[in-house]
Design a protein around this ligand. Structure first.
Ligand code: G6P
Length: 612
């Protein structure tokens, strides 16, 4: 996590750095800092605990300018959130550096540096990098060479931006395991953790590859690969507008993103379903052959993306008749998986930079999988670049830490995967394909209709505001949706919420049910409805308060202690996971607003987890 921004120009770049940091706050927000330099003056550094606004206030109290600068917003890993531990970190002779990632051998490096007489002022793993660069600079007298020598000694993950008073026109940046993008402009160049930080100043971007180190000047960018050889990296034109990452008239990004879902899902389906047919080529060149050869599927993801994969597992088994396993990436990467022949390895990630998911993909590459497929929302992410096949979700930038539109577009993409696999494996004929594709195309409208429940859900939220716990129940492909609902509630309201496959209730959680325990249930009209109704009786019999999001034809009626919220009619099996997610997102959102929590940036969390 952590976000970095840097700039080199002939104008004052402080406003660009601050705006960039604000746009990267989703990556971490426990402290922030900036260091700037102008030829002939020493490095100016300001750091503050808290969000970028606190840094801005500190700068306004004692304003300064700079033509070159680096900035950072932090999500603490090594050392508490404090001014001392905030970046930039400095070394002697005016070296300043910002870092995203984790240096695993920092203890050993620190011991050596202490012996050489360096003094440490923070508990971070980052400070060793600054001193090591200084040590090399004493010999090389060249910042680029000093950084190249230093990164060879680092184990772990890093995105770095470094400056020194001795070279007041040079920024050196490096990447291994954490994203770095270079923004190009006329007479000035920029660096950031992702493009959204730089959209107000440029649309032209270059992405560093793993192991690259670059020297960035206002009129040039020279990139070297891990062997130190100069390399050219492609320039991309971003189609995103600066406003796409702004919240407009909405009170929070999360609310805006919830309401963007009909469009985001429609965009994800666009050009991929034509008439009532799915174009498998949408998964990339060679996809058809890979899908034909697939005999099993292994899915790996984290957090909300893992919930999306957990839904897909039901469909891959039921519709495609293929074995399918789903794992949390942080667990998968340390297992020693036995890989059945012709198993397709699928990763799901909003950011495409989640450290555990990337590590799992890298492990999979040597473990004998058939091919890797990434379902991802960020086209230039590491996950996309390192996978054989790709399906991009087209949700647009998601800023709210609690994932919403990224999740439902992942579900839509996974539905397409199910159809494609089913077709290629001969489990789906043309008529069934047509039927499933028609259901897919209806989803944006059904989501639109469900969003109209917002006033009802806002009222309902009042009943959750003072609760300390909540249970969420679902069955079949809807049980991961119950988990997603519980995750949303706990992430942003800090109410303890748990989800269970409803059949599991009597094996433990029922002991917790009393009049103080709201039990939220998703109940579409499917073949598990009658089973679910029995589970609801079990709750009612213990005095539990039930809130049921139900199909109007489910036959579940309101009564004392049972609140029924009518969902759109005739939501099919294939549509229900997406449609029933919407009210749970809205519920979490409105409870959070009433509890006055930080909806978009909940405490202790970050949007993009680029550390293990
Ligand atoms: C963090 C985010 C979640 C996200 C998870 C996985 O925990 O807060 O919203 O689901 O990471 O991230 P990814 O980018 O891989 O989907």
């Amino acid at each position: 996590m952590c976000g970095i921004v840097a700039a080199v120009s002939s104008r004052d770049i402080l406003p660009v750095l601050i705006e960039g940091l604000k746009r990267l706050e989703y990556r971490g927000y426990d402290s922030a800092g900036v260091a700037t330099l102008t030829r002939g003056s020493p490095v100016r550094r300001v750091r503050a605990v808290g969000k970028v606004a606190a840094l801005q206030a500190a700068i306004s109290a004692d304003p300064f300018v700079g033509t070159i600068g680096i900035a950072h917003t932090r999500w603490a890993t090594h050392g508490v959130p404090s001014e001392r531990n905030a970046h930039p970190h400095v070394s002697q002779d005016g070296i300043a550096l910002v870092h995203n990632g984790i240096i695993e051998n920092h203890d050993a490096l620190r011991a050596e540096l202490l012996q050489s007489g360096y003094v440490f002022t923070s508990e971070t793993d980052t400070e060793v990098i600054a001193h090591r660069i200084h040590q090399h600079l004493l010999v090389t007298r060249d910042l680029l060479a000093a950084v190249q020598l230093t990164v060879r000694e680092l184990h772990g993950a890093y995105a770095l931006a470094v400056l020194t008073e001795a070279e007041p026109d040079t920024l050196v940046v490096a990447r291994s395991g954490c994203p770095v993008v270079i923004g190009l402009s006329d007479g000035e160049n920029f660096v950031a953790s992702d493009v959204s930080a730089l959209l107000p100043v440029t649309k032209q971007f270059m992405y560093l590859d793993e192991g690259d180190v670059a020297a960035v000047h206002k009129n040039s960018v020279v990139i070297y690969d891990s062997a130190g050889k100069p390399v050219l990296r492609k320039t991309h034109q971003s189609a995103l507008s600066a406003e796409s990452a702004e919240k407009g008239d909405y009170a929070h990004y999360m609310l805006k993103e919830i309401h963007e879902q009909p469009r985001a899902i429609a965009q994800t389906l666009e050009e991929r379903v034509v008439g009532a047919r799915l174009l498998e080529a949408a998964f990339g060149p060679g996809a058809i052959e890979m899908l034909q050869r697939t005999e099993a599927v292994q899915i790996v993801a984290c957090g909300t993306s893992w919930h999306a994969g957990s839904v897909a597992r039901y469909f891959i088994e039921q519709v495609c008749r293929l074995p399918c396993w789903i794992d949390i990436a942080s667990e998968f990467r340390y297992r020693d998986p036995v890989v059945p022949k012709n198993t397709l390895f699928v990763t799901i990630s909003q950011s495409g930079e989640t450290a555990d998911t990337l590590a799992a993909l890298r492990l999979a590459k040597s473990a004998g999988y058939l091919a890797s497929l990434a379902i991802c929302n960020v086209p230039e992410s590491s996950l996309v670049r390192e996978s054989d096949l790709v399906m991009l979700t087209r949700a647009g930038p998601e800023i709210g830490v609690a994932s919403t539109k990224a999740f439902t577009t992942q579900l839509a993409a996974l539905n397409m995967l199910v159809i494609a696999l089913g077709k290629q494996r001969g489990a789906i004929d043309q008529t069934r394909e047509r039927h499933l594709v028609e259901r897919l195309i209806e989803i944006p409208r059904l989501v639109e209709e469900t969003l109209k429940l917002e006033p009802v859900i806002r009222e309902l939220a009042k009943r959750f505001v003072d609760k300390r716990h909540a249970l969420f129940l679902g069955r079949g492909a809807l049980s991961p949706i119950a988990m997603e609902g519980a995750l949303k509630l706990k992430e942003i309201t800090y109410i303890h919420a748990e989800a269970y496959a409803a059949g599991e209730l009597k094996h433990g959680p029922l002991a917790l049910v009393d009049a103080d325990m709201p039990v939220v249930t998703v109940a579409p009209n499917n073949d598990l409805l009658e089973k679910l109704k029995s589970n609801l009786q079990e709750v009612r019999a213990r005095g539990g308060e039930l809130y049921v999001f139900a199909d109007p034809e489910s036959g579940i009626v309101e009564s004392d202690g049972v609140t029924v919220i009518q969902m759109p009619k005739h939501v099919s099996y294939f549509q229900a996971p997406i449609v029933y997610t919407i009210p749970l997102q809205l519920l979490a959102y409105h409870v959070a607003v009433m509890r006055d929590t930080d909806v978009d940036q909940p405490r202790n969390l970050a949007k993009s987890v680029t550390v293990e």
